[in-house]
Design a protein around this ligand. Structure first.
Ligand code: UDX
Length: 462
C-alpha cells in the first residue's frame, strides 16, 4: 500500500489517539489501524492499560501512555473477559483517572494537536471521559459486521424469544439474521445472560455516541450485514476498512507472547500446500483429555501439521500443557508443536494448505486473506457465528462439532486436506482471496474507506 505525505490541516500535522481493549484479538487490529493512520502521515499515541500492558519498544514510531485500569486482582485472574470489561469500566468511571490522563495527553505541547480518539467498543468509560474534554471518539469494531449487527439486534432477539436460548431450539434459524441459528448467536451458550446483555448494550451505546465506526471487514465479504448496520445507525461514517492486517505495513509487533520463528524454517522444508496449521487463538482452552485426542487425531491423520499449544491451553495444567507420551516419536519429521506462532506469516507461507481454527475474527480474516479453507472449532463469543459464516455463507470450511475424539478429528483432517469436499472449499477460499486483493487495490473498497476515514479525521477538529 502506498505511503503518502504527512496529512496537514492549516499547516499543522494532526495526531490520533487509540485505546485498545487489552486482549490479543482486540490489540492486533487496533495497532494495525494505528499503523495505517501513521502511514498516512498522522502522529499516533497509544493509550494502554497495566493489565496485558503493551511493550512500547515494539513500536518506536508511536507514543505510548499507560492508563490505570483499576481491575481488581481477583477479576484479572478470573480470566472472564466479560467480568474484566465491566470491572475496568466501573473502576475507570469511578476514579476519573482516564480523564486526567487524557487531559494531560491533550495538553502536551510537544505533540501535534489531537483530532480524535479511537476506542474499542467495550470502552464506554473512556468515551465518557473523552466527551467531557470535548474530544471526539471513533470506534473500531474488531469483530465482523455480522457480529455487530447481532449486537444491534440483541433486544429484538430477546423480544422474539430466541434468547436466552432454549436447549430444544438451538438449531432454529433466526429468520431476521440469516444464516444464523440460535446456537450461532453471540454468547448464546453462556450462562451469564444478564452480564452479556449489559456488555453488548454498552458496546452498542458506545458506537451510537461516536463520531464514526470502523469495522475490520470488507464490503464484498459482508455486503448485506454492512447495509443492515448502515440502515440502523445514525453515526457520521460506517467504514469497512479491512482486513487491517493486509493494509498495515507491519504484520507483527503487538503480540503479548513471544513468537517461535523456528516454524518458518520448518515450513520452508515442507511441500507446497501440504501443512495443516492448528491454532485455537489467544484465549480458548481445553482439558487434558481433549488435548490428547487432538494430538492423536493429528498423529493418525498422516498429514504434516504445525500446532500452537499455548502454555495455558490446557485448563488447570501445572506443567504448561504437556503432550501425551509417545506423541513426539509418532509425528517425528511430520509435525511441529510450538507455543506461539508468527501466525500471519505462517498462514501466508506456501507450505500451508489449511487451518484448523477456533474462528476468532482475526484468525478467520487472516485465513480468508490467504485463501485457506478451515476446520472450525468455535468455543465462545463471536466464534460460533464466524464458523456459521465460514460454513454456510462462504463455503470455505466446516465445523468439527461435538466431543473431540481422535477418529473424528482424523476424518475431518483428511476431508479438508485430501478429499474432494476440501478441494471445493479450497477453490472457494481462493476466489474469496481474489476479493481481498481487489478491495485492497487501487480504487478498492477498503482503500477508499481509509481515504474517507482520513478526510473524516481531518474534518473533526478545526
Ligand atoms: C478473541 C475472541 O476469541 C474472538 O472470538 C474475538 O473475535 C476477538 O477476541 P482470540 O482468541 O485472540 O480472539 O482470536 P483471534 O481473534 O483469532 O485473534 C488472535 C490473534 O493472535 C490473531 O491476530 C493471530 O494472528 C494471533 N496469533 C494467534 C498469533 O500471532 N500467534 C499464534 O500462535 C496464535
Amino acid at each position: 500500500v502506498q505511503q503518502e505525505e504527512p496529512a496537514n490541516c492549516d499547516g499543522r500535522a494532526r495526531r490520533v489517539l487509540l485505546f485498545p481493549l487489552p486482549f490479543q484479538g482486540h490489540i492486533n487490529p487496533m495497532l494495525q489501524l494505528a499503523d495505517v493512520l501513521h502511514g498516512r502521515g498522522l502522529a499516533v499515541t497509544i493509550l494502554h492499560t497495566g493489565f496485558n500492558a503493551l511493550d512500547p519498544a515494539l513500536h518506536p514510531e508511536f507514543t505510548f501512555v499507560p492508563v490505570p485500569d483499576g481491575i481488581p486482582a481477583d477479576v484479572a485472574a478470573s480470566g472472564s473477559i466479560i467480568s474484566i470489561i465491566l470491572a475496568m469500566n466501573a473502576a475507570m468511571e469511578a476514579s476519573g483517572a482516564v480523564r486526567d490522563v487524557l487531559a494531560s495527553v491533550l495538553a502536551d505541547d510537544g505533540q501535534p494537536p489531537a483530532a480524535c480518539l479511537f476506542i474499542d467498543a467495550n470502552l464506554l468509560a473512556v468515551q465518557k471521559a473523552a466527551a467531557a474534554l470535548g474530544l471526539p471518539t471513533l470506534v473500531l469494531r474488531t469483530g465482523s459486521a455480522a457480529c455487530f449487527s447481532c449486537f444491534l439486534a440483541y433486544p429484538m432477539l430477546h423480544e422474539n424469544g430466541y434468547l436466552p436460548p432454549k436447549e430444544a431450539e438451538l438449531y432454529t434459524p433466526v429468520k431476521q439474521l440469516p444464516p444464523l441459528r440460535v446456537r450461532d448467536l453471540f454468547l448464546s451458550s453462556s450462562n451469564n445472560h444478564e452480564m452479556v446483555r449489559k456488555v453488548l448494550a454498552r458496546a452498542t451505546e458506545t458506537v451510537r455516541n461516536s463520531s464514526g465506526l470502523v469495522i475490520n471487514t470488507f464490503d464484498a465479504l459482508e455486503t448485506a450485514e454492512l447495509e443492515r448496520i448502515r440502515g440502523e445507525l445514525d453515526v457520521a461514517v460506517v467504514l469497512a476498512a479491512g482486513p487491517l492486517h493486509m493494509l498495515s505495513a507491519r504484520s507483527t509487533g503487538s503480540t503479548l507472547l513471544s513468537e517461535d520463528r523456528s516454524c518458518i524454517e520448518w515450513l520452508d522444508a515442507q511441500a507446497t500446500g501440504s501443512v495443516l496449521y492448528v491454532s485455537f487463538g489467544s484465549l480458548a482452552s481445553m482439558d487434558a483429555g481433549e488435548l490428547s485426542e487432538v494430538a492423536w487425531g493429528l498423529a493418525n491423520s498422516g498429514q504434516p501439521f504445525l500446532w500452537v499449544v499455548r502454555r495455558d491451553l490446557v485448563r488447570g495444567s501445572q506443567h504448561g500443557s504437556d503432550l501425551p507420551e509417545g506423541f513426539d516419536r509418532a509425528v517425528e519429521g511430520r509435525g511441529k508443536v510450538i507455543r506461539w506462532a508468527p501466525q500471519q506469516e505462517v498462514l501466508a507461507h506456501p507450505a500451508v494448505g489449511g487451518f484448523w481454527t477456533h474462528n476468532g475474527w482475526n484468525s478467520t480474516l487472516e485465513s480468508i486473506a490467504q485463501g485457506l479453507p478451515m476446520i472450525c472449532r468455535p468455543q465462545f463469543a463471536d466464534q460460533m457465528m464466524n464458523t456459521r459464516y465460514v460454513e454456510a455463507a462462504w463455503g470455505i470450511g466446516f465445523e468439527l462439532e461435538g466431543e473431540l475424539e481422535r477418529g473424528k478429528i482424523e476424518k475431518a483432517i483428511r476431508k479438508l486436506m485430501e478429499e474432494k469436499q476440501g478441494e471445493v472449499m479450497r477453490e472457494k477460499a481462493k476466489e474469496l482471496k481474489e476479493k481481498v486483493v481487489s478491495c485492497l487495490g487501487s480504487g478498492g473498497s477498503s482503500l477508499l474507506a481509509v481515504d474517507k476515514l482520513i478526510d473524516h479525521i481531518l474534518s473533526l477538529h478545526g
